[in-house]
Structures are given as structure tokens and as C-alpha cells.
Design a binder for this molecule. Structure first.
Ligand code: PHE
Length: 339
């Protein structure tokens, strides 16, 4: 039996194939259920015990070498097939489509550039935060509804670890590390436990602004925001501020810009009001300054925060928030001409 196996190993090593069918025939001949190897294993059961060890090893070796042979034959064949497919090496190559920026990236970049031109630096912070940076240091009372499970994704309780619900947490991180004057803009992804619809998503992007120095006034805030709105939506854009409430700013306001589609006349995008709501803002509450060891008698400041998806919706007339996250090329390719 020993010699028989050696003979088969040699035969199979010399085998060559030109087609896949020949390789398959080879496999069936040796390795199928009724093939030579299977018959050899049957025969193996009948040989005397003292030969079993050596013949057994040889049989296993045969099986492995047959399998390797089949694999290498297949590989050789596929190489031949692909090179013979290339008929004319001088043909021009197939075009490579260039990707484009995502609309969120386009708008975020534009916002950052507008503020960079008036001296704002960019700061970032972690998406996984603690209670202090998202709530306590921003003057949220302990029972504030925003801390509720309904809005916030908690990762751990006591001490609370959570996904930040707004980029105002970066304000706190900046105040911890630097002392005034502070003039910074902070983009980032935020998370809220909201049902996904055309107008709401549980993941979105914000850009936060913070300016702290001596004698910073509400007039500075208003002028900065007017500059921003004109840069982003066009020179003829008007703004208006409506009173609002945030725990970390006092007074607080909501900023609207004049609808750039109907030029204030009223259309279905601005819901026939002529105005579009764009961001929240206000003067930094003295409690927030004091909590972060900034002397509120010497320094004042303003802050604002906006949703990037919302601004991109207004700029590009996108009507469904879910489109941003679906990665549908028919949507994404529409922005390839915007840099
Ligand atoms: N953090 C607020 C929000 O998420 C926005 C805001 C930022 C308001 C800064 C005022 C000042 O809605």
C-alpha cells in the first residue's frame, strides 16, 4: 500500500489542466466519496497494526497534497484567464468617479470659515460626557427636564456618563482650560432620544460659539450674528431676535433670518411668516462664569448654538432630515459642484 500511495502522489504532481472541467475531473477522481483516496482509507482499515502509523501519515499527506494541487491549478488558471481578457493594453482606462463632500461637511466648513475670519478659533470636545460638562456647569437645575431619560442617552448612572445633548459642553471644557479673552467656535455631533422623522433625528450636528472678554455686550452679540447671517445667506439678509430661555444664558434669545427664498414675502419654507428660525443665543449667565472660575464682575460674554442640519436644509432646500444619514448617492451627488 505504501508504494501505491507514493505512486499516486507522483502521478498527481505531474498532472496539468487547461480548463476548470479538467480540474473538477481530477478532484472527482481522487477526492470524491467514491474516489481513490476514499478507497485507500477503506483499504487502510485492513492492513496490519504495525504498518498503520506510517501508512496513515502517508495517506494524510496525500490528501493535503491533492488539495494543494487543486488550489494551485485553479489559481494558475484564473491568472491566465484575466491576462487573456485584456485585449488591447493601449485602451484608455475606465473613469474614476470623484466623491464629493457631504452637505453637513460643506455647511460646517462654511460656518467655521465665517467665524475664523473674525478671529474665532476652533475647539472640540468628547461626545461621551459627564453630567458636569453637559448640565451642572451650565446652570441646569437638578430637576431640569433635559436631564430626563426622555432626552438624554445615559451610558452609566451615579456618576452619570452620557452622550452630550448639545455642544455647550465644549464651552465648559474651554473655560476650564483657558482664561479670558476667549473667542472660540465648537462644531460637534450631539445626541438626543428623539423619534426619527423628517424634522427630528437622534443624532445631529451643532456649532457652538463662545466669546468672553471685558465689556462684551448684547450689541456685540447682535452685530456678530448679523455679520454671520449676511455671510451665510447673502448680503440682503435681515435678522431678528426673539426672547427665549436657556439655563446658561441670561438674557436669552432665538435668532430668525429673513427667508431668502421668498425675500420675506411668505412661502411654504418659512410657513408664510417671512422668517426662518436659525439659532439660540444669549449673554453667558454669571452663574456659569463663576462656576468655571471666571470673575463675572470683570468679564461678560455671549454664546450661541445652531443646528448644522437645519442650516443646510435652509441653504439647499432639503425637506427631510433622514436624507443626511441614508448615504443615497442620488442625494449626495447633488452636492458635487459645491466645494
Ligand atoms: N445649547 C442650546 C441648544 O442645544 C443652544 C444654545 C447655545 C443656546 C448657546 C444659547 C447659547 O439648543
Amino acid at each position: 500500500m505504501h508504494d501505491k500511495i507514493i505512486q499516486i502522489i507522483q502521478d498527481s504532481e505531474n498532472f496539468t489542466a487547461e480548463t476548470l472541467e479538467q480540474i473538477e475531473e481530477f478532484r472527482i477522481k481522487y477526492l470524491s466519496k467514491k474516489g481513490i483516496v476514499s478507497a485507500l482509507f477503506d483499504e487502510f482499515r485492513t492492513i496490519p497494526g504495525d504498518q498503520k502509523k506510517e501508512v496513515g501519515q502517508l495517506l494524510n499527506q496525500l490528501k493535503i497534497s491533492l488539495q494543494n494541487k487543486i488550489n494551485s491549478l485553479k489559481e494558475q488558471l484564473s491568472n491566465i484567464v484575466t491576462t487573456s481578457n485584456i485585449q488591447d493594453l493601449t485602451l484608455p482606462g475606465s473613469p474614476i468617479n470623484q466623491g464629493s463632500r457631504h452637505p453637513i461637511s460643506i455647511v460646517r466648513k462654511e460656518i467655521l470659515e465665517i467665524f475664523a475670519r473674525i478671529g474665532f478659533t476652533v475647539s472640540e470636545g468628547p461626545e461621551i460626557e459627564d453630567d458636569k460638562h453637559v448640565f451642572s456647569a451650565l446652570n441646569f437645575p437638578p430637576e431640569h427636564p433635559a436631564r430626563d431619560m426622555q432626552d438624554t442617552f445615559f451610558i452609566e448612572k451615579d456618576p452619570d456618563i452620557l452622550l452630550r445633548t448639545h455642544t455647550s459642553s465644549i464651552q465648559v471644557r474651554v473655560m476650564e482650560k483657558t482664561s479670558p479673552p476667549i473667542r472660540t467656535i465648537s462644531p460637534g455631533r450631539v445626541f438626543r432620544n428623539e423619534a426619527i422623522s423628517a424634522r427630528a433625528h437622534c443624532i445631529f450636528h451643532q456649532v457652538e460659539g463662545l466669546y468672553i472678554d471685558e465689556k462684551v455686550s448684547f450689541a456685540d452679540l447682535k452685530q456678530t450674528l448679523l455679520y454671520f447671517a449676511k455671510e451665510l445667506f447673502g448680503e440682503s439678509t435681515k435678522i431678528r431676535l426673539r426672547p427665549s430661555y436657556f439655563p446658561f444664558t441670561e438674557p436669552s434669545a432665538e435668532m430668525d433670518v429673513s427667508c431668502n427664498l421668498c425675500i420675506g414675502k411668505g412661502c411654504n419654507v418659512c410657513k408664510y411668516t417671512g422668517w426662518l428660525e436659525v439659532l439660540g443665543c444669549g449673554m453667558v449667565d454669571p452663574n456659569v462664569l463663576e462656576f468655571n472660575n471666571i470673575d463675572s464682575k470683570k468679564y461678560t460674554g455671549f454664546a450661541f448654538g445652531m443646528g448644522v442640519e437645519r442650516i443646510a436644509m435652509l441653504k439647499f432646500q432639503i425637506r427631510d432630515l433622514r436624507l443626511y444619514f441614508e448615504n443615497d448617492l442620488r442625494f449626495l451627488e447633488q452636492f458635487s459642484s459645491v466645494i
